[in-house]
Design a protein around this ligand. Structure first.
Ligand SMILES: [Zn+2]
Length: 435
């Protein structure tokens, strides 16, 4: 139990540090006329009062959501409710594999229902209050129901895959489950963009054909031949901007949110896509799968070691004495969540920031459009109400991209082609396909 309290106290301390540092973050106003000249460095706009309010309230919300998840899992576990849930699942499911699935579905319904007010506030009310959302209540509710269904379906499969080795090999289960996550993550990476995301939004062909030809020419230069470009009607949900390159073989695709096409200039859009193509060409998906699988393996090992001690001490209260009992699911999730917060989140963010920086460099090298890159980042900052210079703890715990102030500076500064220096990613660019 001690470790849980340590994590809670650490979380609160972080928030207090964050509040103490809050006053220092407003960037000095910069020379506004510089932005008007095409090749002049683009200044980072200071965070508006609204952006700062969104940033601070977002940090409080992040802490509340984490504490809420930990609290719910602890209550389900230590009140013995999870064991009762397993008994009910046993009456409905009868056979073990069905008991596992029924337990998981009941667990998922209950936790979603308990968390509904918080998710309604964070995903709907708050986003509307800050003018970041276009979503109707019906669309939000329908999407929430669909994602609950998808989670029940995939979640039952994952939980079943974890509890089979737990029953058969209680000493090495974490190793087997960890190894299974590699093909499973690959499968999800394939399934989610092609079959899951279209459940929520319409994926159509790109409307602006002249722009599509330029996007395909850039993809050709990046070595991503034979790809399709999709435009998604994401403007029904959000005002945020995004694009990505995903899939492999015949499923390879460039996906652009319609807001991004509407709000970015052609040069800015091509830089953003150059960045996304960088992720694809540099194999960042595979690096992430490898990293996540390793971290899941480590988290399961940690959960296995600690769960044994907790069960030995509190088994009467918990209502189970074996980790292979499905009633132990909240315990495994709780330990993985604590391990995630203490280790996976900071290490994962650090790795992700490195990958994002490489993709920025790739995008700059392939487009050589410093000004477009910098103004695209400024638009991202303004549209998404981002803080261009957040607190150090925010970078560690929450920033999976380099902060926008640093990205704007880098876009202004990085131009090795101007002095004839070798480009880092030169060998990836196909010269025969002209711009
Ligand atoms: Zn990226």
């Amino acid at each position: 139990m001690k470790i849980i309290w340590i994590a809670l106290v650490a979380g609160l301390t972080l928030l207090l540090i964050e509040c103490a540092l809050a006053q220092e973050k407003i960037s000095p106003p910069q020379n506004a006329t510089a932005a008007a000249m095409p090749d002049a460095p683009v200044p980072t706009p200071p965070a508006s009062e609204k952006a700062l309010s969104y940033y601070h309230s977002g940090n409080v919300l992040w802490l509340v959501e984490n504490l809420w998840q930990i609290g719910v899992l602890m209550i389900l576990l230590f009140s013995g409710f999870s064991a009762r849930l397993r008994n009910w699942a046993g009456k409905i499911g009868k056979r073990w594999c069905f008991v596992v699935a029924v337990y998981f579905i009941l667990f998922e319904l209950l936790t979603t229902l308990l968390g509904l007010p918080l998710s309604y506030y964070s995903e709907f009310v708050r986003e509307h209050a800050y003018g970041l959302s276009n979503q109707t209540f019906g669309k939000w509710f329908g999407d929430s129901l669909k994602s609950l269904l998808v989670q029940c379906l995939f979640g039952s499969l994952v939980v079943w895959l974890a509890y089979v080795p737990l029953r058969k090999s209680p000493r090495r289960w974490w190793l087997y489950v960890g190894l299974v996550t590699v093909p499973l993550l690959c499968l999800f990476m394939l399934i989610v963009p092609i079959w899951v995301q279209p459940l929520f939004n319409q994926f159509g062909p790109m409307k602006d054909k002249a722009l599509e030809a330029k996007v395909l020419a850039l993809a050709g230069r990046a070595g991503i031949a034979g790809t399709h470009v999709f435009e998604v009607n994401k403007s029904v949900d959000t005002k945020a901007l995004n694009a990505y390159v995903t899939g492999f073989g015949g499923t390879k695709r460039i996906v652009i949110w319609d807001n991004t096409i509407a709000k970015l200039s052609e040069g800015e859009l091509l830089f953003v896509l150059g960045h996304e193509m960088g992720h694809y060409v540099l194999g960042h998906i595979w690096k992430l799968i490898l990293f996540n699988s390793t971290m899941i393996l480590a988290a399961l090992f940690f959960a296995d070691r600690l769960a044994g001690l907790i069960i030995a001490r509190y088994k009467t209260r918990l209502g189970f004495d074996q980790l292979s009992d499905i009633a132990s699911l909240p315990l495994i999730l709780l330990l993985c969540q604590l391990f995630g917060l203490c280790l996976i989140t900071p290490v994962g963010n650090w790795m992700s920031r490195g990958i994002e920086h490489d993709a920025d460099q790739f995008g700059l090298e392939i487009t050589q459009a410093n000004h477009d890159a910098a103004t695209a980042f400024v638009k991202l900052q303004l549209e998404n109400l981002s803080n261009p210079q957040p607190a150090p703890w925010f970078k560690i715990m929450r920033a999976n991209h380099p902060v926008l102030g640093d990205r704007i500076d880098y876009a202004n500064r990085y131009r090795p082609w101007a002095t004839g220096e070798k480009l880092k990613y030169e060998e990836y660019f196909r010269r025969e396909a002209s711009k």
